[in-house]
Each structure stands twice: as structure tokens, then as C-alpha cells.
Design a protein around this ligand. Sequence first.
Ligand SMILES: Cc1ncc(COP(=O)(O)O)c(/C=C/C(=O)C(=O)O)c1O
Length: 354
Amino acid sequence: PWPGLIEAYRHRLPVCDTWEPGWAPVTLREGATPLLPARALSELTGCDVHLKVEGLNPTGSFKDRGMTMAVTEAKATGKKGVLCASTGNTSASAAAYAAIAGIECAVLVPAGKIAMGKLAQAVMYGAKIIEVDGNFDDCLELARKTTATFDTIALVNSVNPVRIEGQKTAAFEIVDALGKAPDVHALPVGNAGNITAYWRGYSEYFADGVASSRPRMLGVQAAGAAPLVNGAPVKDPETIATAIRIGSPASWNQAVAAKDESNGEFRAATDEKLLEAYRLIAKTEGVFVEPASAASVAGLLAATADGWIEKGSTVVCTVTGNGLKDPDTALSSLPEIARVGIDPVAVASAMGLT
Ligand SMILES: Cc1ncc(COP(=O)(O)O)c(/C=C/C(=O)C(=O)O)c1O
């Protein structure tokens, strides 16, 4: 059975040199997510498109890859609690891993801007929920100050390097599954930890000769929250994709390096384009992702339309979070619901199949 990421990639992860003897991985058997051939998107774009379905991790997002490392390290270095700022998925993941590690967890979330599913997770996993009257960037500043003052509390945001180390394993899995690196890798970018992690993973496999090439990285932001596209922080980021409603990415320089070194690019997608991709992925590929995750496919569609991605390219789109996280957005465009009596003809006609 799949042992979880620390065991599976132990020789490629920075474990145990500073950790207490006898430490054990804190794991929910994260990782080993499907790399799904996207038939409809492949046909639509003329490319060989695959979806890396990260919503199938234990807490429903890619954050689990980094959190197994960060919470294992926190426990193995005698920390009493973990703290994170979050737009939702980091907090859900930190709360779950802290729960099985038996240490305290507090999450700083922007008041009123967290998707219901994520809040439900943090509540049920037993985290201390702290609402901050501000945005994610304000939450992160408070988290950094708190953990700088109290050293018994570990900061588990992606500014913690072991988070990036855990998350780079997704690139390993993709090369292992494809037998090569893709020509292009598209993913949403918020705080920019994940694009940093993927580039590191592809670069390690390339340096070791496991892969003979590296992809061009296509980082996609919401148009109202696109500091890396604009080249300057966004003071009041706004997007329906609350997971990437971030104005000042903590991994800014590393994300720019990934884009430059890979001959890649950053693109912005309007909320309208994000929601179109959000619906398309569910209705044609059977994968329900949360709005921010659809940014990777919105980027794919735009970049194949304007030729930045050539036909016939092998493209992987990471869809980062499970659609169940954000039921409100899914139900905001509620289709008309048919009401029928006990009448089979009415049912068949509601299906347009009489
Ligand atoms: C579904 C989903 N898709 C993409 C991103 C962007 O990844 P990064 O560029 O590495 O930040 C996030 C990020 C979420 C948080 O930052 C948090 O949970 O605090 C996300 O939840």
C-alpha cells in the first residue's frame, strides 16, 4: 500500500538531520493522486492534456503534500502548536495533520472570505479559528510575527521551506507517470509556493537525469489578484476564487525564477473565464474542482488559442482543490430544478429523452 510521501520519497526529502531520534512521519497517506488523461480538453486544444487531480488528497487539496513535512518537523522538533495564515486549504490541511500529531493548531483566516467546506474542515479537525479583520496578506504578516515571538509555535505556511520540499513530490509523480516531463505545466498561482515547488521537483529530476527535459511553467492568476502578472503587489485583491485572493505572494522571487528559467509565463484569467473553465472541467472531464483550481485550465485554453502552447504539446494542468470545498459557488448558478409527479413520461421529458 502507498505509505505516504515521506516514506515514498524519503531519499529526496530533507528529513531527520535536526529531528529528534525516533521521529515518525505524520501522514494521512497523502500523494499518489491520479494523472488523468483529459480527453475533452485534448480534443478541444489539439494537445495531449492531463489533469493532476490534487483534490483527491486526504484533505482535498495539494496542501497535504507540504503539510505532512511541516507537521512532522514541528512534532519532531518539540513544537507545541502550529500556526498558519490561510485562504482556507492550508488551514484545513494544517488542522488535520496537527490533529493526528496531537499538537495544537490555530488558523488565521480573512474574515468572511473562506469557502464553507474549508471552514467546516478546520472546525471538525479541532483547530482554533481566528478571524482577522483584513485579507490573506494581513493574516500572513500576523502569523510571521506570532511565530517569531513564540518559538513553541511552528509557522506552517509555504514560507516554511519544508512545505515546498513536500509539494515538489507532485512533479516527481507526474514524470514517473508520464515517463517524461510535460512540454508545459499549468497551475494556479496565489502565494506562489506551489509553482516554486513544481519547478524544484522538475529541476531535481532533470539534474539527476530521470527526466531529459523540463516544462515551461504557466502560472495563472485571477485578473483581480494578479501581482505577478502586473509586476507589482495588488493592495486589495478581489476574485471569486477566494483561494488565490492574494495580493503579495510570499514566494515572489522564486516564482519569477521558475517562470524565467523555464521560459514560461504568468497569465491572468478573469473570474468569468475561471468560472467557464470551472464548469467545463466538471461537465466534460467529470472532475469537480474549486474555482481557483480551474485557473490552470483557463490558462491552457488561452495559451493554446493564442499559440503560446503549440498543437501536439503534452500539457499537465494541476487542479489544486476539490470542488466540494466551495458548494456556495457551485450552487450560485443553480440550474432550474424540474418538479414532477409520479410520472415516468415527465421524468424522461425532463431529460429530453422522450
Ligand atoms: C485550491 C488552491 N489552488 C491554488 C492555490 C495557490 O497555491 P500557491 O500559489 O502555492 O499559494 C491555493 C492556495 C491556497 C492558500 O494559499 C491557502 O490555503 O492559504 C489553493 O488553495
